[in-house]
Design a protein around this ligand. Sequence first.
Ligand SMILES: [Zn+2]
Ligand SMILES: [Zn+2]
Length: 343
Amino acid sequence: MTVLASGSKGNSTVISSSRTRVLVDAGLSCRELLRRMAMAGEAPEALDAILITHEHQDHIAGLAVLARRLKIPVFFTEPTHRAWVRMLTPRTTMTYAAWLDHVQREKEARAAAVAGEAAANLEAIASISAESAEVAEANRSDDPQAMMELPVDPDEIEDELCGPVQTAASVKADPAQLPAVEYFQAGTQFSIGDIDITPFTIPHDAADPCGFVFESEGIRMALATDLGYMPPNVKAALKRIDVLLLEANHDLEMLRDGPYPWSVKQRVLSRVGHLSNDATAEFLQKDYDGGATWIVLGHLSESNNAPELARMAAEQALVHHPALLGNRVVLAGQAAPLEPITL
Ligand SMILES: [Zn+2]
Ligand SMILES: [Zn+2]
């Protein structure tokens, strides 16, 4: 496991066996991902596939450009892929006249539906409101800054930075174009090369977010970040793991007193937000089987956590698993890749 970046500004991790290499998430620009792979001694051309946990910006920012550049398939769940495509599909700005017209048509459709004239009109209303819900959903991100902006089209910026420039007309027409798309489903095991992958559902405010267990050559690694709490299915998935990348997002007090707007604090704290140091510690103390050689704490908030606090909470919880004390707990950061963890 090589963590290239972990945190609300970008997540990406390489999982490799001796034969297969998979990149989990591509939440930095293509250029930065390639730079970090070089720093960590990972060869980008050796990657076999990209695997996506969910469609938040900090997990997909460099995805399209990187996948096209490396010409490798991308594995999503179908709802995650659909949500991602929606985010990249350019939205046209409505003129005032068009908006008035749109409102008028909506009014008419409603009136018609009330009068029971046409069932088809009901569908029109449903699709209009579904569309606005989708827009709101697509605008969500783990970075509160990004949450308030419309998603940018990363290709506009990145094709220049992450050459060779791919401004083929087909890419312009379809920014979500990928060399190949493969679908997986939470709970159903699949394989990439000689790595067996079991995706599991995590509670998070995205279309269909997943964590993963990877197994190859008798070694099991798992990745579970971006979850509001530890439901039974996640606890069950994280058994007999040798290398565990686990979220320790925030310190509760720092978050409460911190700079985020109240609505964002609510979201982070919610059942579909992020795991606090305390929640992670509670899992480690009560439900964890103690079997991992390495525990990597990740997705630490830069505003609402301090690495020492995350480490302390985890290590105190692990007093019951003495084999894990000391240097076996490592912290993944936002700024630089971690040393590869090899078993
Ligand atoms: Zn997320
Ligand atoms: Zn995230």
